[in-house]
Design a protein around this ligand. Structure first.
Ligand code: BG6
Length: 489
């Protein structure tokens, strides 16, 4: 990981600068880095987008969005410094000759450039061609790509090939914003800085693991985009597999990008294939129907604005993932993610094995196993469920299940929760790839995900309905109940 030194100067060019991601996440993240003094004083931020705007108009859009999306009070002196870095360039992405204007805009600036592709992936190739045409690519430059990187293995290869014609792998930063979340980063610390866990992190001590990433939001006006993807492509192929890899990987030799990414890749490659033979027992897909969230009625997926009533796209997925290696043989990782679930709630629960013999039968006939809960968001924290003696003189020992609860907001209440994009932007500026996804990882993840999608196509079964505001279809409960286990609610 980076230290917090201010990196050398570079031009930060955001393609799609007027878009939602840029306004909601990227520009506020850069502003926060400015607050922390982590952007080199000579760096400029260049917004590039299709629309014609004057610099003054761009600046006012940026200020408006900072006011909207930065939670803390805006510091006027910092804002002035930040605004002075801004440059705007209108570009026709598909027309290479229009990139000459970008060349003019960058003239006299820093030699190192960070190109952030915050556009649909379909035009990544055009942007690369345009940059090349205008002589704007050197070995010192970096390119940042947003997900989705493709729709399948084939399309991801196509996108990666288009970009790799102009940028080498060590210049390429593929974003999975979950890797920038504090609690996801903390998985490394939890696992490798605590011998208690490091030495009990395998099939001998762990019974199974549950990973839940639930969202209460629905499709939020992007029905067309979402319907092409579905929850498996949108969340599982990337975010959930990244969490799974960090949880299951072997200890990397160090924190370098090579070491961490190589270990994560081995996990994804060791995932047992889910295919038409085993899909019914291993993967469930659901689609939300009309229901209630916090007492308010909300429409089902097929009744959302812009919906095609025949869509078979899944908004919920539950999977029993198995890792075919020495460490994890026989330890299922149950994954569950969906839209319109009762609340935004993401957590990992590691269920340790039960004690082989119970000497406390008189007071507790069935000793519960230890559980480690890692609350990813919101209410970030780590919780360890364990048995304890209830104090007292009674001759019969009374014992109880209690928890050690490390709540991040209570423990680190002076610290601001850093947004994932701030961390990731900083790592790009520092040239550290360890929190970015390698091409091999993306492709291995697609191989696994494609097989599930293919199997669903062949079974031809519609996704199981679940009421908006519930925890998913009944069959997702059966998926885990078949193994005599249950989801933690
Ligand atoms: C995005 C998905 O990658 O992650 C969205 O495309 C999803 O559908 C979002 O809502 C969830 O991110 P977070 O940080 O709110 O958990």
């Amino acid at each position: 990981m980076s230290n917090l030194d201010c990196q050398s100067a570079s031009e930060i060019v955001i393609f799609g600068a007027m878009g939602d991601l840029s306004c909601r996440k990227l520009l506020p993240a850069l502003y926060q880095l400015e607050v922390c003094g982590l952007i080199n004083k000579d760096s400029r931020i260049v917004g590039a987008a299709r629309q014609d705007h004057t610099l003054e108009e761009f600046k006012s859009v940026v200020v408006e969005n900072l006011n909207k999306y930065v939670k803390e009070t805006i510091d006027e002196a910092v804002l002035t410094r930040f605004i002075n870095r801004l440059v705007y360039q209108a570009l026709e992405f598909k027309d290479s000759s229009s990139f000459n204007k970008l060349n003019d805009a960058l003239a006299g600036g820093n030699d190192t450039r960070v190109y952030y592709f915050s556009t649909p992936p379909a035009i990544y190739g055009d942007i690369c061609k345009g940059l090349h045409h205008a002589n704007l690519i050197t070995d010192a430059d970096r390119v940042v790509m947003e997900k989705p990187i493709g729709h399948s293995l084939e399309s991801s290869i196509e996108i990666n090939n288009q970009v790799s014609e102009y940028f080498k792998e060590n210049q390429t930063y593929r974003i999975d914003h979950y890797l920038g979340k504090e609690t996801v980063l903390n998985l490394l610390v939890l696992r490798f800085a605590n011998s208690l866990f490091t030495n009990n992190w395998d099939r001998n001590s762990i019974d199974h693991v549950q990973i839940t990433v639930a969202e209460s939001v629905g499709i939020e006006g992007r029905w067309g985009f979402y319907d092409e993807a579905g929850q498996l492509r949108d969340m599982v192929q990337n975010h959930l597999l990244q969490i799974l890899s960090l949880l299951a990987m072997e200890p990397p030799a160090d924190l370098s990008a090579e070491s961490v990414r190589a270990e994560k890749l081995k996990v994804v490659k060791a995932l047992k294939a889910i295919n038409r033979e085993n899909i019914k027992d291993k993967a469930i897909r659901g689609q939300y129907s009309d229901g209630f969230l916090n007492g308010v009625s909300v429409p089902g997926y097929l009744n959302e604005e812009g919906a095609n009533a025949n869509s078979n796209t899944e908004t919920f997925v539950a999977i029993k993932a198995e890792i075919d290696n020495w460490r994890w043989k026989g330890v299922p990782f149950y994954l569950r993610t969906g839209k319109r679930m009762p609340k935004k709630h993401s957590e990992i629960v590691v269920h340790f094995k039960q004690q082989p013999h119970n000497i406390f039968k008189d007071s507790y006939s069935d000793l519960p196993a230890n559980k480690l809960t890692i609350r990813l968001q919101p209410d970030e924290g780590v919780e360890l469920q364990m048995m304890n003696k209830i104090p007292g003189i009674a001759s019969q020992m009374r014992i109880q299940e209690n928890k050690l609860d490390l709540s991040f907001s209570d423990t680190y209440n002076d610290e601001r929760v850093v947004d994932a994009y701030e961390r990731l932007m900083l790592e790009v500026l520092n040239g550290n790839q360890s929190l970015f996804v390698s091409r091999d990882e993306v492709e291995a993840a697609w191989i696994w995900a494609d097989s599930i999608i293919e199997a669903w196509k062949t079974t031809n079964e519609a996704p199981k309905p679940y009421a908006a505001g519930s925890w998913g279809p009944v069959s997702s409960i059966s998926l885990i109940a078949r193994d005599d286990r249950q989801w933690v609610e």
